[in-house]
Design a protein around this ligand. Structure first.
Ligand SMILES: Nc1ncnc2c1ncn2[C@@H]1O[C@H](COP(=O)(O)OP(=O)(O)OP(=O)(O)O)[C@@H](O)[C@H]1O
Length: 469
């Protein structure tokens, strides 16, 4: 463990092992590092109980599990859903291990519920809204964990600028939600991925047995729904500690719901603004992304004030064809991967397969980082992964190809979204996450029309045509 934590990092590490602690930090400010150190610190306190370190991204869980210095019989590292299923199972409340509806099944049941209500109330205009709207809104209800219509009606509808539903019309959405719950009981699964946390929370309220964990640490907490956090707070033993690390700029799941609605009680928020990972040139480019029109500001966002690393200015290269673009990216990644870690980040697994194949043709068996990658290690190697799975990780060189309008924002996401603005606001964060993974080089490429999410007005990158390379 070569890193020496700085003063403020040390302070958080050594905070008392009780109560709630909130740490918000910019990308690369050491949140994961401190989470791991704190886990070890708590595990080493004699006579204290078990620790749960929980994060969103399964690839990150695998990475954490492989770190030597945190190995302890008192420490469990897992993602939220594993914790939730395990707990419900232990309480005899999981009909079977896969007792959770898939997103497609959920959408289908909500569609059926909506049709049923439409037949009963053919004149009601709220029920004429598209199915996607109801899926989105019901997911919001579930992630917030409202117990009844009154709670839902009184709530501020944060997160979605587009869903300005009059309060008196919310009863129709709630009716679809209730009908959805009734319909899905005909099937075995009792939960969907978005209301699992609500049931964990309710179960914990009934459960007066001793808690398994004395300390719970959440990393990448910005992606946890309020209900997930609430349930983890409820799962912490009395007299124990709950520590939350997050960066709202990297919130790529969770519909921009806030940890502030999660029942965490603290009168001090720790803010980390030193970026230890990105060179100044890359941090400046990342800041340019946050200045574009699609970015939504958030009072909890921590801007980087200083950087430690040094490196070149990011580059954007335009190619005349997809083949030329791939061939350049593949060759550059192979060259860089011989002496350092290099990753190619794509929007979807189809593009990753194409790169994987192209790399193989050149004799390079790149490592795909996915939810099952065991003990991911950041070595001299070429890695391939998605914008979602790369969260929390870092590499010496980051390649972001296919920055075109037909790939980013993902047209599927935009077409399914209730509003284009919401989808763009979500997708631009993916770009932010990807660029902030770099410790040194950042190479962005496209052919055709450049993605409208790219901060073209900024002078914080160098532009090349393929003929100038
Ligand atoms: N005090 C420090 N001195 C030197 N390096 C540090 C220090 N703290 C963290 N780092 C390094 O900075 C990099 C980023 O740390 P880490 O991944 O913990 O940040 P993070 O805040 O979790 O980032 P992100 O949210 O972007 O995933 C890592 O390489 C880590 O080793």
């Amino acid at each position: 463990m070569a890193i020496t934590l700085t003063g403020k990092q040390q302070e958080v590490l050594a905070l008392p092992a009780k109560g709630h602690i909130v740490v918000l930090g910019t990308a690369g400010s050491g949140k994961t590092t401190i989470a791991l150190h704190r886990a070890r610190h708590l595990a080493n306190i004699p006579g204290r109980g078990r620790i749960l370190l929980v994060t969103f991204n399964r690839a990150l869980v695998e990475y954490m599990k492989g770190i030597d210095y945190i190995q302890s019989s008192k420490l469990t590292v897992e993602n939220y859903h594993r914790f939730a299923r395990g707990y419900l199972n232990a309480r005899g409340k999981m009909p079977k291990w896969n007792g959770i509806l898939s997103p497609e099944q959920k959408e289908c049941y909500i569609g059926q519920a909506l049709e049923k209500l439409k037949v009963e109330h053919p004149e009601e205009s709220t029920l004429k809204r598209p199915r996607e709207f109801f899926v989105d809104e019901i997911t919001f209800i579930e992630r917030f964990g409202f117990n009844n219509l009154a709670e839902y009606r009184e709530a501020e509808r944060i997160g979605r600028a587009s869903s300005n539903i009059k309060r008196e019309n919310r009863k129709w959405i709630y009716a679809v939600y209730e009908e959805y719950q009734t319909l899905r009981q005909t099937d075995e699964p009792r939960y969907d991925w978005d209301d699992l946390a609500l049931y964990v929370f309710r179960e914990l309220q009934e459960d007066d047995s001793a808690r398994r964990y004395t300390h719970i640490i959440v990393d990448e907490g910005q992606d946890f729904s309020p209900m997930m956090i609430k349930s983890l707070v409820a799962a912490t033993a009395q007299g124990g500690s709950f520590t939350f690390f997050g960066d709202v700029a990297q919130q790529i799941y969770g519909s921009r719901l806030s940890w502030r609605d999660s029942g965490i009680t603290t009168n001090r928020i720790w803010r980390f603004d030193v970026n230890y990972r990105n060179p100044e040139s890359i941090a400046a480019f990342a800041a340019a992304i946050t200045e574009t029109k699609y970015w939504r500001q958030d009072r909890d966002m921590v801007e980087a004030t200083s950087q430690i690393a040094e490196g070149p200015k990011p580059i954007l290269v335009k190619f005349s064809s997809r083949e030329r673009e791939m061939s350049w990216v593949v060759q550059q990644a192979i060259d860089r991967g011989k002496i350092a870690s290099a990753v190619i980040v794509c929007r979807n697994w189809t593009d990753i397969s194409a790169f994987s194949q192209a790399l193989r043709v050149q004799g390079c068996n790149a490592v795909e980082i996915n939810k099952d990658t065991p003990g991911y290690a950041n070595e001299k190697e070429v890695y391939l992964t998605t914008y979602h799975s790369v969260k929390g990780m870092e590499f010496d060189h980051v390649f972001i190809p296919n920055l075109t309008e037909d790939k980013l924002p993902d047209p599927d996401v935009v077409s399914r979204a209730v509003s284009k603005e919401d989808a763009y606001a979500d997708e631009i964060k993916l770009l932010y996450v990807a660029v902030t993974r770099s410790r040194y080089g950042l190479y962005m490429t496209f052919n055709g029309t450049l993605s409208s999410l790219f901060p073209v007005d900024s002078d914080r990158y160098d532009f090349y045509g393929e003929e100038n390379l």
